[in-house]
Design a binder for this molecule. Structure first.
Ligand code: ADP
Ligand code: MG
Ligand code: ZN
Length: 488
């Protein structure tokens, strides 16, 4: 039987976090919290005779994304009418871009296997990035009692990022989608809040005989709202196509929906072509000219992106690839880490304390790094207390936990609770002598060769000092006392 290879192209729709809508002055409101139909006006309700005006900020945000995705910004942009009827689209056309999109020919590198830090990368090419307006939101009532419509979303700037059919597996597609989401969040143009529907995917899926360079007939799955829906829908569709091909049948080009309930794709309308939409240039908007100077201005304002950050952490900070990856993942985390290093924190120690201690406190208390009371300078102070052997690692963890809940500084916590390490040799020698005195049996066993009891003695001394004895000194002085016992 013929072996087939999956070919997948993805369209990502992302709402832009502008203050106002794409073509009117209505506020962009939270789709879940705002009461329905409270951020609407004649323009976004599609009343006759109303005129759209382009939102400059939306164009700028779209340019940020396009440039971060290595696209070429086109100097001459034209908005187009995409005509179709649906109850969530009051004008019966959507203002979009068709022949002359904002940007073309970009690329992004994705991890082929995200679980491997020494990952191999693959370059996915991006065909186009363009702007359009979002539609209203329909909610179909159960048991067929009709549908509700909320036009708050109508006219919200929507960015569409269209890839080439360059993905050849589900993990690749998922990693590509996650990478796009990460970049959108880094640029501050989208919250990445999938539950609120601010990013939606459309997957184009086909199969071709392995090794072939021709594209097979594709189906397009619309409106996938989560990574899970994305991957499950593609898996289902690949299986369905495989079965058809194995049975010697043909794939029919189609637009599909995804049923969350039945976990299967279903045909929505049969073959759909661009000419069905009767695209034509939007007569109510002038062409949009984008000057080279504007492009340059936006380019300069771009933040350092995750891949560049990760590479820099590896060379400049000499932390592990795993650490660099985790710390570069989200911009606020990366910025916190960098602020800590800038405050003279040792990069390896900072990475270790953030990833292994701070993050677990954050998880436990369900806080983001922007919400915590510990500051970069605060962590550096804690590390300096360890460095100066005023506290040991275990005490430092306790101290950080208290800093985390109270916002007190490391020094304050150590002073208030008397947590400073005991580094007085005489005091430690006394503690050791006491432990050896109290445990004659263990001392006898040790002297008869049960060497592993040494660690137990250390533990007892640490306990009797309530964790405050300087471990290096405990080890040194214990060795001395035990060997003098041996000689006696
Ligand atoms: P439209 O959806 O408007 O018809 P295109 O034909 O340009 O637009 O394709 C949209 C998406 O489909 C792109 O992401 C592209 O990579 C992908 N695509 C096109 N042909 C195939 C194919 N045979 N298999 C998989 N994906 C495809
Ligand atoms: Mg499409
Ligand atoms: Zn409006």
């Amino acid at each position: 039987m013929t072996e087939y290879e999956p070919v997948i192209g993805l369209e990502v729709h992302a709402e832009l976090l502008t203050e106002s809508k794409m073509f009117c002055g209505c506020r962009v409101v939270d789709s879940v919290e705002a009461p329905p139909n409270t951020a609407v006006c004649p323009v976004c309700l599609g009343m006759p005779g109303m005129l759209p005006v382009i939102n400059r900020r939306a164009i700028e945000m779209a340019m940020r994304v396009a440039l971060a995705l290595n696209c070429t910004i086109q100097p001459h942009n034209v908005f187009a009418r995409k005509n179709y009827f649906y109850p969530d689209l009051p004008k019966a056309y959507q203002i979009s871009q068709y022949e002359l999109p904002l940007a073309i020919n970009g690329w992004v590198d994705i991890d082929i296997d995200a679980d491997q830090p020494e990952k191999r990368q693959k370059r996915i090419y991006i065909r186009r990035v363009h702007l359009e307006e979002d539609t209203g939101k329909l909610t179909h009532l159960e048991n067929g009692h009709g549908s509700l419509i909320d036009f708050n979303r109508s006219g919200v700037p929507l960015l569409e990022i269209v890839s080439e059919p360059d993905m050849n597996s589900i993990p690749e597609t998922r990693n590509y989608a996650m990478k796009i989401r990460q970049i959108l969040r880094y640029l501050g143009v989208n919250s990445g809040d999938m539950e609120k529907g601010v990013i939606r995917f459309e997957a184009n899926v086909s199969l071709r005989p392995a090794g072939s360079t021709q594209l097979g007939t594709r189906t397009e799955i619309k409106n996938l709202n989560s990574f899970r829906a994305l991957t499950d829908a593609i898996a289902y569709e690949l299986d369905r196509q495989q079965e058809l091909l194995d049975a010697g049948k043909e794939i029919v080009q189609d637009t599909m929906g995804w049923s969350e309930a039945r976990r299967e794709t279903f045909s929505q309308r049969g073959k759909e072509e661009a000419h069905d939409y009767r695209y034509f240039p939007e007569p109510d908007l002038p062409p949009l000219a984008i000057s080279a100077a504007w492009v340059e201005e936006v380019k300069i304002s771009l933040p350092e992106l995750p891949d560049a950050k990760m590479a820099r952490y590896l060379t400049e900070h000499n932390i592990t690839p795993y650490e660099a990856n985790v710390l570069a993942e989200e911009r606020p985390v990366a910025e916190w880490y960098e602020a800590t290093v800038a405050a003279d924190g040792d990069p390896s120690a900072v990475a270790n304390w953030m990833i292994n201690v701070l993050f677990s406190f954050m998880n436990e208390h369900k806080l983001t790094i922007e919400q915590i009371k510990v500051t970069p300078a605060g962590l550096v102070e804690l590390l300096s207390l360890i460095e100066a052997e005023i506290i040991n690692n275990n005490t430092a963890k306790e101290v950080l936990a208290i800093m985390f809940t109270t916002g007190r500084s490391a020094q304050e916590v150590v002073d208030e609770r008397g947590l400073a390490q005991i580094s007085d040799e005489e005091q430690i020698a006394t503690l050791i002598a006491q432990v050896l005195d109290d445990n004659p049996e263990q001392v006898r066993d040790y002297l008869q060769g049960k060497e592993q009891l040494r660690g137990w003695f250390v533990g007892q001394v640490m306990r009797s000092s309530r964790g405050k004895a300087n471990p290096t000194l405990v080890n040194k002085l214990l060795t001395m006392q035990l060997s003098s016992l041996k000689e006696a």
